[in-house]
Design a protein around this ligand. Structure first.
Ligand SMILES: Nc1ncnc2c1ncn2[C@@H]1O[C@H](COP(=O)(O)OP(=O)(O)OP(=O)(O)O)[C@@H](O)[C@H]1O
Length: 262
């Protein structure tokens, strides 16, 4: 008999809804991410990609629906259980979100020292090793984030995201603000780090070059629902007019952009 756990998705969302006042942002999200899979979520600005990630992390409570991680329902967890769950996650935020008051290595080691109460010397050793994994030399460890270029800051953010060797990593717009070559370097590092860790990855991005490089599978969100999922190699012949328009960046098509300020 096969073990049912083998087929268990790492993350499974079913009927997830979230609205702010009258504004319905998530309208019944159904999505599964397999263990060790790299899923890229694409979709226009303001379609709810970040809200979806925040719901998975428990930073926002969905109004309805189920979110399972490793087969465990997470929407009703108590604080302590949620803290335990959060140890499974690493996150690379849009804009890297580093603390300028801390040195680079202290940023990387932040979760190890604060979350796991690891001694500073040991955490520093790990931080320097993780900086090495993203191509930064030990002398960078002593600098302040303000002294680094945008690409280097992203590398530091990536080193921080992997420092704790998380099972799941979220990447929120990892290439925003980078030139195309540095974006490609970051994409390659993401692929390498995720592979080395054997982690499950969920990336949200508008950058199709990044999606093509990072994704095993792509999901498109539109009007609060996942309207298409498919293998990364299928995005150019998805058979879905919304995906086609987005992937090729056409102004004309079924997706109507809000051009006036709200
Ligand atoms: N805490 C909040 N309170 C009220 N509205 C919110 C809140 N968080 C998000 N929203 C709204 O939800 C909608 C979706 O936001 P979200 O940040 O998820 O979009 P996104 O798809 O990640 O966009 P982008 O690609 O531009 O980052 C937006 O209209 C936003 O204003």
């Amino acid at each position: 008999m096969t073990d049912p756990k083998i087929a268990l998705p790492k993350i499974a969302l079913k009927g997830v809804r979230k609205q702010f006042g009258p504004k319905k942002v998530l309208n019944g999200i159904d999505l599964e991410v397999g263990k060790g899979e790299s899923l890229v979520v694409i979709g226009g600005s303001g379609t709810g990609k970040s809200v979806m990630l925040k719901c998975i992390l428990g930073l926002l409570a969905p109004d309805a629906g189920s979110i399972m991680v490793d087969g465990v329902e997470t929407t009703k967890l108590r604080t302590r259980e949620r803290e335990k769950l959060l140890h499974k996650f690493g996150m690379l935020f849009q804009g890297a979100a580093l603390f300028d008051s801390l040195k680079v290595w202290e940023n990387v080691a932040f979760g190890l020292i604060q979350g796991e109460h690891m001694p500073r010397a040991q955490a520093k050793e790990i931080a320097i090793a993780k900086l090495g994994a993203v191509g930064l030399s030990p002398d960078v460890a002593e600098l302040s984030p303000a002294e680094l270029s945008g690409g280097m800051q992203k590398r530091v953010g990536l080193a921080r995201a992997i420092a704790d060797e998380p099972e799941i990593i979220f990447f929120d717009e990892p290439t925003t603000g980078l030139d195309p070559i540095m974006a490609d370097v970051i994409n390659e590092l993401i692929v390498q780090c995720v592979k080395d860790l054997g982690a499950t990855a969920v990336t949200i991005t508008h950058d199709m070059a990044s999606a093509r490089k990072i994704a095993d599978r792509v999901a498109m969100i539109y009007e609060g629902r996942i309207i298409w999922t498919g293998h990364a190699g299928d995005i150019d012949h998805s058979g879905n007019a919304h995906v086609d328009q987005f992937v090729h960046g056409r102004a004309e098509g079924p997706i109507k952009m809000q051009v006036r300020a709200l």
